[in-house]
Write a protein that binds this ligand. Structure first.
Ligand SMILES: [Zn+2]
Length: 188
């Protein structure tokens, strides 16, 4: 199973089904199933992305971050660090493009990516399935990378379970305003 390491706060917003676009500084040819791995570090590029920051705080924010590899306690599954937290389909990758209404894939798509400010590519994700129990695993910077077989098996076992009801907090009004479909989509 292919995987993509994404830092918080972005990965929780994707796993919640709120954020369908991941920003990267380069193109890639892979399409298809991809595990979403939450990195150990939290992005210092979070604050310029108001939509991701709102999603992060709606789920619990910094106090809610936890490492399933080092604790027996369980927390909000989407705020785990160092673990696979969801699986999605990567359906498209395209360079960020400006249109009459601003940047494509707004508000989640950014015109530039990272502290170096490279022109962004938008990774479009669909069919996101959050895991009820994060699977601890080390991440990698390359994109995509291959999950170790035991991790992939643990992820697939959860996908084969009856769909777990993901309990998400009610997003605040500001987040509801930026999520396509509003609160009904966000609170599914
Ligand atoms: Zn776009």
């Amino acid at each position: 199973m292919k995987a993509c390491t994404i830092q918080q706060p972005h990965v929780c917003a994707i796993a919640a089904g709120w954020k369908p676009t991941e920003n990267r500084g380069r193109n890639l040819s892979y399409r298809g199933e991809i595990a979403l791995h939450s990195g150990l570090s939290v992005s210092d590029y979070a604050l310029p992305d108001p939509a991701a920051t709102l999603a992060f705080h709606a789920l619990g924010g910094y106090p809610g971050l936890w490492r399933p590899s080092t604790t027996r306690a369980t927390g909000q599954p989407l705020l785990a660090l160092g673990a696979v937290i969801a699986v999605a389909d990567l359906v498209d990758v395209h360079p960020a493009a400006a249109g009459p209404d601003g940047i494509c894939c707004a508000p989640w798509g950014q015109p530039r990516h990272g502290t170096a400010g490279r022109p962004a590519h938008h990774l479009v994700l669909a069919n996101v399935r959050a895991l009820p129990r994060p699977v601890p695993c080390s991440g990698k910077q390359i994109l995509p990378w291959d999950l170790p077989p035991d991790v992939a098996a643990a992820v697939r076992a959860q996908l084969a379970e009856p769909a777990a009801e993901l309990v998400l907090p009610e997003p605040d009004r500001a987040l509801a305003a930026v999520v396509p479909g509003g609160v009904e989509t966000a609170a599914r």
